[in-house]
Design a protein around this ligand. Structure first.
Ligand code: GRF
Length: 205
């Protein structure tokens, strides 16, 4: 049986989930994606899961628009537990998760953020980096805590910001690194190489 039993939450295209599934299928990650949930009906991430025969479903998160709370949060936790998930992967999930999920999966909820945190938390961070005039941008995979994009950092990868970049071209360059960073962070977790010491994530050799 695979070491990590993953539940993936996403709202959009699912390219990060795809990179994780690809790593699993290439035997480059000792994990199994057990369930994919999306708060957006017909999101592409669900199609991708379907194509790989991964159980998937839409999770109605109404009436909240920006957070996972209340009955939807309970249902999410129930579905993840029922599927035997031990690790929750937020992959383009456009909602704030609340403490209940974090308590149900202690230090086992990960997120990917398209910026070099702590710079530019929140939405459209690649555009924020561009508008700010940064010369370097990037991606962060981190444990989720009660804040927004504020948990201990596991992996970061950087990209240059080019003179003629648009928000789209910069985001595309960052996404290439995202697809390396998420499987890498999960590989470290699967190998038991991660120790969290306050804010610092130590990676053993
Ligand atoms: C990525 O840029 C990720 O960093 C951010 O949302 C986007 C999701 O992309 N949190 P995808 O759905 O994985 O393609």
């Amino acid at each position: 049986m695979a070491t990590l039993k993953l539940g993936v939450l996403g709202s959009g295209s699912g390219s990060n989930m795809q990179s994780i599934v690809d790593a699993v299928e290439e035997n480059a990650l000792d994990a199994e994606v057990r369930l994919v949930l999306s708060d957006v009906p017909n999101a592409k991430i669900l199609d991708r899961a379907e194509r790989h025969s991964i159980p998937n479903r839409y999770l109605d998160c109404a009436p909240w628009k920006t957070k996972l709370e209340g009955p939807a949060e309970d249902e999410c936790i129930r579905l993840l537990k029922e599927a035997g998930c031990d690790t929750v992967v937020l992959a383009g999930f456009m909602r704030i998760v609340k403490p209940k999920l974090l308590v149900a999966f202690p230090m086992r909820v990960l997120n990917i953020h398209p910026a070099l945190l702590p710079a530019f938390p929140g939405v459209h961070s690649w555009k924020q980096a561009l508008d700010y005039g940064c010369k370097v941008a990037g991606v962060t995979v981190h444990f989720v805590d009660a804040g927004t994009d504020s948990g201990p950092i596991i992996v970061q990868r950087s990209v240059p910001v080019l003179e003629d970049d648009t928000p789209e071209s910069l985001h595309a360059r960052i996404q290439v690194e995202e697809h390396i960073a998420y499987p890498e962070a999960l590989r470290l977790l699967a190998a038991g190489r991660i120790t969290v010491d306050g804010r610092r994530v130590r990676i053993s050799p």
